[in-house]
Design a protein around this ligand. Structure first.
Ligand code: UD1
Length: 382
């Protein structure tokens, strides 16, 4: 029996962890014990609790309740808490997801006391170290023992950074093992797709018609904190909604909600508030997001996860960032990177909304990435 400590903190990690917890419960409960640590990075009920309930994830064994703060304050509080738990629980490995401050804290805490790190969603790169997430994932990858990349391009990034793809067991932080295994988020989308519409009412509640609305999310710090960019994004959404007679559904991350009034010009703010097409809501649950993704015409987002979910449900996507780590979406032509540039956003909308010749090949595995990861962890740590 191996014991893993799973660290989660931000909304997408809670969702990603559901895939592994499900695989352990269904297929590996005699071989893996999981202890879940929630750092408390996300603490509002609709950013955290709702996902545990909806996705049937076991409640965390520990909650560090770190809350918001500067990067240093938030990460430091997590580090102290995670180290204490690692020393007490003595796990076979710590399992970390993605690229948030919770990921970084777990990677530092474990590697300093020589605990093996398993990184799920390894190898992704945006090539912009101005993004806190890029720094977090590079640091985590380079202290990990097992690295699971969701994409071939992520796997190749690791090879380029010096990871040996022929490494032989026993594996450790100096002799790590890299895998291309598919995406646990794809596992989840397949698992929950069929129940999304029957278990949620968001489509009828917001009076939405299939293919008659844009699903938009905006939460990256450079978009929310820089008024010029936030204004450009909302002007674009407003103009597109009016020109094409489409609704815009915008489930707002608390970060964005707090900054709308302060960072939008009065004119832009009033336009958005006065535009009946805008349906600004609280953050959506995972099942609600899936229902929105399945029914919308097109997605506009600066989120990493939502870009891919658009693809899983065969919707075109406008990426409101200067770059993306999910490069295959752009390569196959279903997504366009526009940054917060009004002209580019409008041109991309014009092109993608026609929906001509869009193809959605299987890029993210077979829906069994979590089972694969469990099997390799057992091989390595037993
Ligand atoms: C974090 C991750 C990001 C991920 C995102 C998903 C980092 C560096 N970033 O960004 O990669 O895509 O989560 O959602 O870890 N807030 C609340 N209530 C909450 C959570 C946040 O009000 O429950 C507000 C606070 O004002 C906080 C701000 O949102 O200061 C930002 O939260 P933080 O956790 O620092 O980063 P995210 O923007 O959520």
């Amino acid at each position: 029996m191996i014991k893993i400590i799973t660290v989660i903190g931000a909304r997408p990690q809670i969702i990603k962890a559901a895939a592994l917890s499900r695989a352990i419960k269904n297929n590996f409960s005699d071989k893996i014990t999981e202890v879940i640590v929630h750092t408390g990075q996300h603490y509002d009920a609709n950013m955290s609790e709702v996902f545990f309930e909806e996705l049937n994830i076991p409640k965390p064994n520990y909650n560090l309740n770190v809350g918001s703060g500067s990067h240093a304050k938030q990460t430091a509080a997590m580090l102290i808490g995670i180290e204490e738990i690692l020393l007490k629980e003595k796990p076979s490995a710590i399992v970390l997801y993605g690229d948030t401050n919770s990921t970084l804290a777990g990677a530092i805490a474990a590697s300093k006391i020589h605990g093996p790190v398993v990184h799920i969603e390894a190898g992704l790169r945006s090539r912009s170290k101005a993004m806190p997430e890029e720094v977090n994932r590079i640091m985590c990858d380079h202290v990990s023992t097992l690295l699971f990349s969701p994409t071939i391009s992520g796997f190749n990034n690791l090879v380029k950074e010096g990871f040996n793809k022929e490494a032989k067991a026993p594996f450790n932080a100096d002799n790590p093992k890299i895998f291309h295994c598919g995406d646990v988020m794809y596992d989840n989308s397949l698992q929950f797709s069929s129940m999304a519409e029957s278990k949620t009412t968001i489509i009828s509640k917001l009076k939405l018609e299939k293919d008659k609305f844009i699903l938009a999310t905006i939460h990256r710090n450079n978009n929310t904190d820089e008024p010029e960019r936030l204004n450009a994004l909302f002007r674009s959404l407003n103009d597109i909604a009016l020109k094409y007679n489409l609704d815009v559904v915008l489930p707002l991350h608390p970060r964005t909600a707090k900054l709308l009034e302060t960072n939008l010009t009065k004119e832009n703010y009033n336009n958005v508030k006065g535009n009946a097409h805008f349906k600004i809501t609280e953050p959506a649950s995972f099942l609600e997001m899936i229902a929105l993704e399945k029914n919308c015409k097109l997605v506009m987002t600066d989120s990493g996860g939502v870009q891919k979910e658009a693809f899983y449900f065969e919707k075109p996507c406008i990426i409101l960032r200067p770059e993306t780590e999910w490069v295959e979406l752009v390569e196959c032509g279903t997504a366009i990177v526009t940054d917060a540039n009004e002209e580019k956003i409008k041109a991309a909308f014009e092109k993608l909304s026609k929906g001509v010749n869009l193809k959605f090949p299987k890029l993210y595995g077979d829906g069994k990435a979590a089972e694969f990861i469990c099997g390799e962890m057992i091989n390595c740590f037993t």
